[in-house]
Each structure stands twice: as C-alpha cells, then as structure tokens.
Ligand binder design. Sequence first.
Ligand code: NFS
Ligand code: SF4
Length: 654
Amino acid sequence: MPKEVKKAEDRAWDSASIETLIKAAQENVDTCFTRMDTQQHQCKFGTNGICCRICHMGPCRITSKAPRGVCGADADTIVARNFLREVVGGAAAHSDHGRHLVLLLKKVAEGKGGDYQIRDEKALRSAARMYKIEENGRSREEIALELSGLFLKEFTEQEESLKTLSLSPVKQQSIWQNQGVSPAGIDRMVVESMHRTHMGVDHDYRNLLLQSFRTALSDGWGGSRIATIVSDILFGTPTPVRSNANLGVLGKDTVNILVHGHEPELSEMLAVAVQTPEITDYAKKAGATGITLAGICCTANEILMRHGIPVAGNFLQQELAVVTGAVEMMLIDVQCCMPSLPDLAAAYHTEIVSTTDIAKTRGATHLSFDEEDALNYAKNLIKRAIDNYKNRNPQKVAIPSTSKPMVAGFSVDAIKYMLGGNFRASFRPLNDAIIQNRIKGVVGIVGCNNPKSKLDDYINRLTQKLIKENVLVLKTGCAAIASAKEGMLTPETALEQAGKGLREVCEAVGMPPILHMGSCVDNSRILEAATEVVFEGGLGDDLSQIPAVGVAPEWMSEKAVSIGCYFVASGIDVILGYPFHIGGSENVTQFLNEKTKDIFGGSFHVCEDPQLAYQKIIKLLDQKRKNLGIDKKAERKLYDMKDRRKLDVKAHLQ
Ligand code: NFS
Ligand code: SF4
C-alpha cells in the first residue's frame, strides 16, 4: 500500500465518496486515488508531449541538448503528431459506438433485430427529413433501412464530405470548406490520420493540427451525432425524467447490479428484463426485496435519460461502488472501465462481467452479448447476479446514505417543448432571454473526472458561480453526474441558486438552470441546441457568434480531446481544467490557444482554477454579447412567458 498522503476530504467533494474512500483505506484496497499517489511526478516528457515512439529508431525525447529525434523530427512535429493520435483515439471510440448502433438499426429494419424495435417513429421520420430521405407513405422499416445505409456510408465515404455536416449552420460549413477541414468518411479520417502520423509522413505541425480538427469534426458532426440520432430512434428521444444520484441509490436489501461503460444496447434490455415478474420473483426467492439496477459513467446517463434509472456514480466512483461491498454484479463494456476492477472485486463478492468481445479484462467473467437473443441474455445475467446475492458479506457492506434527487432527460426536442409550450415548440424564448440579458449566455460543462484534482470540486464550484451569474448551463457525461450528486439538477435549484434573470426564465417554463443532456456522445445535443439558437435568429449566423462557451474541467480521456477540438472547430471557445500534453511546443500551444480563433472563431483556454475559469467565461460571453450589440443595459420591463408568447405570435403574423 502506498503511503496515504491525502485525506479523503481532499480527494472528493461528496460525502458518499469520502466515506467510501475511508472504507477503502481501512480495508487496504487500492483505488485510482491511491494509485495516483504512487504515480507521483509523472513523466515530464510525456506531460509535454515530446516523447516519440512512433518508430524503432526511437524512442526519442526532446531536450535542449537533443532538440531533434533520430529522424530529425523537432518538438513541433512530435507534439502535433502525438496530439493528432489522441484525437484519433477519441473520434474512433465515439464513432465505433455510433457504428454499432447503426448496425443494430439496420438489423431492426431488416426484421432481424430480435427483441429490439424502433421505439420512436417520430424521431426516425424527422431524421429521414433532415437527410432528405423520402418518408411520406413509406413504412418505418423502409425508412430505417435507407437511413442506416446512409449512415454506414458516413463511415466509409472516401471523397465526399459527411452529409451530417449539413445539419450545422450554412456559414459553419463554408468555414470548414475554406479551411480544408470538411471531413470525408469517418473511418477514412481515422485511417488517414494514422497514416499521416506514421514515421516520415506529415511533419508540418500546422497541417497535423488542421487534420486534428478535421478528424474531430468527423466525431462531433459525424459519429457522435449519428450515435445520438440512432439511439433516440431505437430507444426513444429523452424527455424530462426524475431520478436519484450517488452511491446511496444502492439498496441494502436488494440485489444491486451496476451497468458501466457506454453502449446502451444491453442496458436498455436490462431495464426491460428487471421489471418482468420472472425476475422479481427470482430475486424474492433469493431473499432480496427486489433488484436495484443503477449506472456508472455514460451507460448510466443513457438509461437515466430514457428510463430514469438511478446513477450510482461518475468515473472516479466506479471502484468506490465496489468498495461498498453491496454490488452483486458490475457489467462493463467499452470505454472508461478501469482494468483494476476485477482485482478490486476479488476483495468483495462482486462479479465483474465483460459483455463485448472487443473489450475483455483479465479476471472478469466474459459473457459475450448475444444481440439476437438480447432479452434472454439480459435475464440470465440478472439471475446470475441474484445467485451471487447470498455471497454478500454483511460485515463488508457499508452503503453511504447520500443520494440526491434530480431531473434529467433534456434532449433538444424536450428543451424546445419546455421553452415554447404546447402550441409552438421553439427556441425563441431562449434567444429573447439572451438578447434581453436575462440570460447572459449558455455554457456547456462536460467531460470526466481525474484524480489529479478533487473529484467534482471544479465542476460544481464553476457551475454554481455560473448560474448565479445568469448563465444557463448544459451538461453531459460525468460532469452532469457531478451536479446531480450535489442536488443541483432540480428546478428547485433555480429558486435557490440562480441569478434573478435566469431564475425568472426557469420559473416561467419550469425548467432547471442546469440541463442534463445525456452521455458524452450526446455532446452532439449541445451542438444541436447551439445550432437551434442560430437558426432561431437574432444571435448571429454561425456558432462562433452566439454567447456560448464549452468547459471540460476535470477531463482525462482522448474522447475529451476530440470533443474539445470539434467544439473549437465549431467556433466555440473551450476552457480546459488541465492543459493538453503539448507544453513542449510553443508553436503547437500557440496554434491551439490563439491561432484557432482566426481560423474557426473559437480557441482553447487553460484555466486550472474554477475562479479563473469563471472570470474567463464571463469575459468571453461579454465579448460575444458586445460583438452582437446586445451588451446594452437589460430592458427593465419583464414580460411573463404568456405575454411574450402573445408578442411572438403577433410578430409571426405580421
Ligand atoms: Ni465521456 Fe463517458 Fe465519463 Fe469522461 Fe468517460 S464516462 S464518454 S470519457 S469519464 S465523461
Ligand atoms: Fe524518433 Fe523520429 Fe522515430 Fe519518432 S519517428 S521515434 S522522433 S526517429
């Protein structure tokens, strides 16, 4: 065991995590928090991005005495190449997730989808219209087949730009075209980037960085967007739903099953299976009062958004959930599942089950997911977890009492509906509120947790400051879970914590000041919302002009790098809680943090402290407001929503 250098209170913000961290220390089990201690003084070359192991003349490290690698690559080339490879990893992860969903949609369309079906025909038909596919007079299956074919082509297209780009504002598309960063097929972008970073190919850091943005765009306006669209078609477009978050959602007398990872296919089936009498009876026979199905990371967000299934925790809580001693089974699939889990689970009775053939972990039981017999597969998994209930050791069980209520489920459709009401679902009231300065702007707070800093601290402190300053906050991923655990995702929070203008708007439409928009691939929903703001009018004609900023406070994954890049390429400034691994090249740093402003209208900013981030965000929003000419003093006459709708209707009729 490494020496405990930090107190549990300094490692996490929420009491449930703190309690469980103390338990882990008492039971002498390792978690990422303690392993972070043993990894202290992380490699400077890696941190600065100046270690190259792309060929076997190396590895080469850049120092003042050795400014070039064996092949002659300098720091700029090496840093940019490493950066592009990170973007590639992230874009590939999101997009492969999207591909799996498209393949499932295709199977469903062909009548080979087993227990899956098209749950949201409206979403299917509206997607068809977006992509100019004829939907009138055609069956769901016909449309779904053509749409899935089109989506598959988005992955394989060799020359043409992605069709999904056309969902963005027209001006955005021309910026991308002029800069030569309109991506062709997603798979091609990933392969081309791997080619270009091979030894002896692309060496100009500027060219490499532009390709980073192009690849990232194939994620945000490609793979991720497609993943969200298809998930909504297959599983339903989210609408506001109540639930609870934090380790306290685990049941003392129930069989606890956690779904962890990213892909929604299996968890959707588990959500169905868990309610069948066959399964509930089986649990009762085993002496449990029922079953608690809960989520970790983005799988949690997927089934939370659509079914209100509770969230046990975010990224840094995956191990802590096991440490409660109350988890019968944890299912893992792809992305963000720590390889430490089986070892840790061995100290308790938890069974870790991996379910997808592309993601195996030694020590986990591997039960390959049978998509064609999904419901039965799901039932068998749950029964297996129930069978494990008898192995729970009461002496090792300590479930923290804390969990907080929340509202999630804010798809763009749901937001439109809340804002515009029954008759005229529209973003107009939001645009008006921004123009009148009742809402200063919109900030997306997204991304992971990272044991380099105190769990949830930056995310929650920044969020609180922003809503107080009348900034509407949109959230996804583990950052959304951070706020949920703090009880900040309820409309009541608006009354207590939001500034006056934001509060009035939230009260009038009955929505929280912080909107949980889903998983990390659902960052595409944030782009979609921003695009709606542009389409609605009055706030500029591309995304770089609207008062909006993206923040990744506690990010850690390559996916986050890709997300950051597609936000910036979409003209949206991005604040990072930690810098990229680029410090070894001034040129690369300057390109990403400054030059991109001229190219796309947005750039990266590193703020390691939430107070500095807050100041920076307000400055950026004020600047955008000034450019739009809406920085004048707010109009004092406040209409209520009814009055304003009347006005809107009048304006509409003129
Ligand atoms: Ni995004 Fe979601 Fe969480 Fe980060 Fe991981 S679960 S995809 S990468 S850690 S937010
Ligand atoms: Fe070294 Fe160049 Fe090979 Fe990289 S590509 S390891 S810098 S010789």
